[in-house]
Design a protein around this ligand. Structure first.
Ligand SMILES: Cc1cc2nc3c(=O)[nH]c(=O)nc-3n(C[C@H](O)[C@H](O)[C@H](O)COP(=O)(O)OP(=O)(O)OC[C@H]3O[C@@H](n4cnc5c(N)ncnc54)[C@H](O)[C@@H]3O)c2cc1C
Length: 362
């Protein structure tokens, strides 16, 4: 391999792009062999304030490469069907895990990763950065491209922050309503929760315009009393929901990861988690090639093989959860399934473990 073509170029400035650069550094790639786009100092508020639930696996991966900001541990997940029987709880203690995951906001996570990357580049020898020519380009710009396969959920997520009357003690709530999922995630501040309320676009737009007392009353009717009164304490942001998967047949020498490969419905909080597993797996493969003195662009086929099962399963579970409960004909079956999952601890724990860690080696 020519000495000049030893670098990996990373397109994109989001968490997956930065995580890949940091994982590559752990694989022995020096600052001169990782070419990154300039990281933005400021993000738009709607993005910076987005609550992100990181699985325990993602949290552990990122903790190795960055000093992570304060986050709320998820100690249990309570999933239920609004207005029907069927409820399941997954507890960290059942899995002997310290937490099922952690919730933090996109902005502080972005800043923490950018700081870790800047510290690494500051350590580089003079003239080292940008010295090499890229052997491989990784697309991590969050955009699956125009030729992606699209599934329109005909749902819009209404995002907001709430202060609850009662503490949820680390519970993440997921209510499957016949309009779409409604989630309340714990935030790092006491009694503060992030709301992700998915419904038909016109319904979400109407709710975004309601006066706060009317909005709070409607929310409580939809969510129930688990946290007492809920007070709106932020702007309301609308996010249209579509699943996009990048089409097959990428260009040689280019590999897409994270949302650039697949952008999911937020229902199971899997998008970033899946993207981080992409980044981790790709860094490991590139590390092996580099150590063996082999061309880095050999990674493309092995990467596609290594990621196929995890990607396909995560997309399928997420698509199903996003839509299943909105189809009246199967809602009763889903109710039985949730009830059965609650009775069957191994099934429930297996499901929780795959959401915590994914099929990283699948
Ligand atoms: C409502 C919602 C809730 C979600 N909740 C979760 C969750 O709980 N857990 C989870 O794992 N995933 C969640 N996701 C998915 C998660 O946000 C994405 O999978 C993840 O951000 C993908 O990272 P990425 O680096 O591949 O791309 P992106 O985060 O899209 O980043 C790509 C690039 O776009 C930049 N960028 C994007 N928009 C702008 C803009 N307008 N101005 C400037 N820069 C911009 C970013 O900084 C970056 O440079 C959620 C998504 C949505 C829409």
């Amino acid at each position: 391999m020519s000495a000049a073509r030893t670098a990996v170029r990373i397109e994109g400035r989001g968490p997956v792009a930065m995580a890949l650069a940091l994982f590559l550094a752990r694989q022995g790639f020096g600052p001169g062999s990782i070419l990154t786009d300039p990281i933005p100092d400021e993000l738009p508020d709607w993005l910076a304030s987005r609550a992100i639930a990181l699985s325990l696996g993602s949290w552990q991966l990122l903790s190795r490469v960055a000093a992570l900001p304060p986050a709320a541990p998820i100690l249990r997940v309570e999933a239920s069907l609004r207005g029907r029987a069927g409820r399941t709880r997954m507890q960290a203690t059942d899995l002997r895990a310290p937490a099922l995951g952690h919730v933090l906001r996109y902005g502080p996570l972005h800043r923490a990763l950018a700081a870790a990357l800047a510290a690494r580049q500051a350590d580089a020898a003079p003239g080292e950065i940008g010295a090499a020519e890229a052997a491989l380009t990784v697309v991590a710009d969050g955009d699956p491209g125009a030729a992606s396969k699209l599934l329109d959920f005909e749902q819009t997520a209404l995002l907001a922050e709430l202060v609850a009357e009662r503490d949820g003690h680390g519970t993440a709530f997921e209510r499957f309503t016949d309009e779409g999922p409604l989630a309340l995630l714990p935030l790092p501040q006491p009694r503060r929760h992030a709301l992700v309320w998915c419904a038909r676009p016109a319904e979400s737009a109407r709710r975004a315009e309601l006066e706060p007392p009317a909005f709070e009353a409607e929310l409580r009717a939809g969510f129930g009393n688990a946290l007492g009164a809920l007070r709106l304490d932020s702007e309301r942001v609308l996010a249209p929901l579509q699943r996009k998967v990048r089409g097959p047949g990428g260009e040689p020498g280019r590999i897409a990861i994270g949302n650039a490969a697949q952008a999911l419905h937020p229902v199971a909080g899997q998008g970033l988690n899946l993207g981080l597993r992409d980044a981790f797996e790709l860094a490991a493969l590139l590390g092996e090639l580099r150590t063996g003195g082999r061309p880095l662009d050999e990674a493309a086929a092995a990467f596609a093989r290594a990621r196929r099962a995890d990607r396909a399963l995560t997309v399928a579970i997420t698509d199903t959860l996003a839509q299943a409960f909105t189809w009246p004909a199967i809602a009763r079956l889903e109710s039985l399934a949730l009830g059965a999952l609650d009775l069957a601890a191994p099934a429930r724990n297996g499901f929780a473990a795959s959401l915590m860690f994914g099929l990283r080696n699948g």
